[in-house]
Design a binder for this molecule. Structure first.
Ligand SMILES: Nc1ncnc2c1ncn2[C@@H]1O[C@H](COP(=O)(O)OP(=O)(O)O)[C@@H](O)[C@H]1O
Ligand SMILES: [Mg+2]
Length: 358
């Protein structure tokens, strides 16, 4: 399975060019005899179901394997995602297909400059027939919400979405209304558009578990996209492309329960903390990773360990998740930014410097 970090290849798992995962490729390596008490293993059935989800997504979306892995990790951690990419790289298609293959309810909201908080959360409407106010649910009442171009809407509406994300409920007129479970927001950002936009404040960025980058495709992948279109692929008709629901919220919940059992040794825990603490010492940063960010790193590393077929976390799992989990939680000093330093380069330096437990 392709690691979530676009820059890193993990030798312990099949790479992107491997054929679709089968029972064979998912099977744990034969244990070295004589094995003392068998260590616990992730359920093969659950991992296979998630591998099937990847296959379904692949029927519509060409490539972008790292992003698919990251979205699966977010689902396994019940965490929200920032998805960054220029228009036309299949952000919408990816999220829609993921929802369809997991049998999740899906809604998309275009965040425009005139979008009001009530357009997201819902509002009280007057029913003339009954002469009463009743609550009309907004699009936030769904499993997978695609918050498209979140930076185009003013802070007030952004804040109402972020509040729903945090509390997993909507309070209108004093009455809390719980959101469905699972509830996951995938908010998209355009990396090159800054005119007339409202960047999310640092404190709110920290609420996203992962920041996933959707790059422009390689030439081969783009040729394949065109070939599919030439062959009649219609992105609006996923059913015709053969996309089916191969898993459901119950499978996700069961997988999530297993991820919560993934063990972390004190050494690995200390390593994750050291990586986060090192960002606070970096001369290029004015803001390092918060303890919330450190807990996020631990959570995503556990999910990745589980996806990789292990019930324990290694330092490599922490490394593999450091970029997507931490890149939006650090703030560069303006001087460093002018010198061309990036969040990615700082994280790379930190990972190279922090001693790895053996
Ligand atoms: N990697 C890809 N795989 C399949 N189709 C793609 C890919 N990248 C772009 N496309 C095509 O471009 C269209 C635009 O995708 P869309 O999901 O609307 O992009 P975005 O939401 O990023 O603006 C898709 O419907 C699809 O036809
Ligand atoms: Mg789109």
């Amino acid at each position: 399975m392709t690691p979530p970090d676009e820059n890193q290849q993990s030798p312990s798992v099949p790479g992107p060019s491997e054929p679709a995962a089968t029972a064979d490729t998912l099977a744990p390596a034969a244990p070295a005899p004589p094995a003392p008490p068998e260590p616990p293993q992730p359920s093969l059935e659950l991992r296979r179901a998630l591998a099937d989800v990847r296959t379904e997504v692949g029927k519509a979306v060409v490539g972008q394997d790292s992003a698919v892995t990251s979205l699966l990790i977010a689902l396994l951690c019940s965490g929200h995602v920032l998805l960054e990419g220029v228009p036309g790289v299949a952000k919408t298609l990816l999220v829609r297909t993921l929802a369809a293959s997991l049998d999740l309810d899906f809604k998309r909201v275009q965040f425009t400059p005139d979008l009001m908080p009530g357009d997201v959360t819902g509002s009280l409407v007057y029913d003339a027939r009954t002469a009463e106010f009743s609550f009309r649910q907004g699009p936030v009442f769904t499993n997978l919400l695609l918050a498209d171009e979140i930076n185009r809407t003013p802070p007030k509406t952004q804040a109402s979405l972020l509040e729903s994300m945090e509390e997993r409920q909507v309070s209108v007129d004093g009455e809390p209304r719980p959101l469905p479970a699972p509830f996951l927001v995938i908010a998209t950002q355009n990396p090159v558009e800054h005119e007339g936009t409202y960047p999310l404040p640092e404190a709110q960025l920290d609420r996203f578990l992962l920041k996933v980058l959707l790059p422009l495709p390689e030439r081969d992948a783009e040729v394949e996209v065109l070939a599919r279109h030439a062959g009649g692929f219609d992105p609006r008709d996923l059913g015709a492309a053969g996309v089916r629901a191969v898993a459901d919220p119950a499978v996700l919940a069961a997988a999530r329960a297993e991820v919560r059992q993934v063990e972390v040794s004190p050494e690995v825990l200390g390593y994750a903390v050291d990586v986060c603490r090192a960002t606070r010492q970096s001369p290029s940063l004015q803001l390092g990773v918060s303890p919330r960010g450190a807990t996020a790193l631990l959570a995503t590393a556990r999910a990745w360990a589980w996806l990789s077929g292990r019930m324990y976390v290694t330092p490599d799992d922490v490394k593999a998740l450091a970029h997507p989990t931490l890149r939006h939680r650090v703030q560069l000093r303006p001087e460093a930014e002018l010198e061309g330093v990036t969040a990615e380069s700082v994280l790379g330096t930190v990972l190279a410097a922090v001693p790895v437990p053996r």
